[in-house]
Design a protein around this ligand. Sequence first.
Ligand SMILES: Nc1ncnc2c1ncn2[C@@H]1O[C@H](COP(=O)(O)OP(=O)(O)O)[C@@H](O)[C@H]1O
Ligand SMILES: [Mg+2]
Length: 437
Amino acid sequence: MRLSQYFMPTRKETPAEAQVVSHRLMLRAGMIHQASAGIYNWLPLGLRVMKKIEEIVRQEQVLAGAQEILMPTIQSADLWRESGRYDEYGAEMLRIKDRHQRDMLYGPTNEEQITDIFRHSIKSYRDLPKNLFQIQWKFRDEIRPRFGVMRGREFLMKDNYSFDIDEVAGRHSYNAMFVAYLRTFARLGLKAIPMAADAGPIGGDLSHEFIVLAETGESEVHCHKDFLDFDGLAEPADYAANLQPIVDHWTSLYAATDDKHDPDACPLNEDELLSGRGIEVGHIFFFGTKYSESMGAYVQDPEGNQVPVQMGSYGIGVSRLVGAVIEASHDQAGIIWPEAVAPFKLGILNLRVEDQATTAAAEDFYKKARAAGLEVLFDDRPERAGAKFAEMDLIGLPWQVAIGPRGIKAGTIEIKNRATGQREEVSAEAALDLLTA
Ligand SMILES: Nc1ncnc2c1ncn2[C@@H]1O[C@H](COP(=O)(O)OP(=O)(O)O)[C@@H](O)[C@H]1O
Ligand SMILES: [Mg+2]
């Protein structure tokens, strides 16, 4: 993509409305544009990142045996009356009337909708287990939308729902999502720590939040510092195996959000305890028969009895993750994208557009990089070199290749790694080899 043609409305000044670094950088990098309080337009650069995150989330869901569906954003209030949550949910639910004065709502979550699909489709234990996921917009009329996409009113969530014949099988589905979440967040370059959590309005008694440590997190968290050495990607994706040992390993160390943390009862001594702030990027619940009983989702068990199906639900804040990744990975100059979610792998800077030899070399490198299958953003604009470097640092692509008259004479270009800041003068061929390795 040529930057001269790309829609990337960057800003030099620090936006006054943004309190946290990820919000500031997303606005400055031209990734998002606010539509109204807590509601955002996603511009090309931001959307590319969100799509990458979405794809990693999707791959790990599929690997864990979940099947993708898509439910509507607008739901009927009647379903929520059945579960009793229509009144319970309160002001966070955006309530709508259609032209026939029927009560509708913009879904804040989908337990009722999915239970309705299930009860019409599945009648026997032979069709279990099932795990269905979607990646769909949610609306919650948050009292204080803030921090940009991290606490929006409209936000993109991966939500899924497991259905099992009994508690033992349900627990396995829960564990499978636990492992899938460890792997997902690790692939996104994040260290996410599972913490025992209150189930809240979703209901149920088994629940974990996945928390990324970051100074600007909304939750205060306390955990064993050895969590920093845990690696989610080290966990095998063998979902047929007994997963309890993995879950036990990850829950063997102390970790608690502030509302569950009691300093007097905390088993850790001072040099083991890590206290800080965190961002909730995922939340999993096993709630058994809460919705299946109230909404009549019964299946026949092997003995011929009608039993309510055992359910769990699992959420990942896909749009929030775009902000969370930035909170976890940036410096004074801007964003530092982990390769897995970077909008482009590489930026090419033509440092002197008016110099023919430089432009020829830059165009040639752009052509070869694209032919090699690299995702590349080519700054071909007639701007000052300094401004180009600053903008590349701001948008945080993992690699920068700078091509200018001085290097052309020596037969070299400069390649820089954004994360380490390391620069090297190499031949164009060597740079391409490095980038395609
Ligand atoms: N207002 C929001 N803006 C962006 N992401 C959100 C918001 N609310 C929830 N999420 C994301 O969706 C995931 C699942 O939501 P859930 O646990 O049901 O919400 P909450 O913890 O806010 O009650 C959360 O872990 C979080 O990553
Ligand atoms: Mg939650």
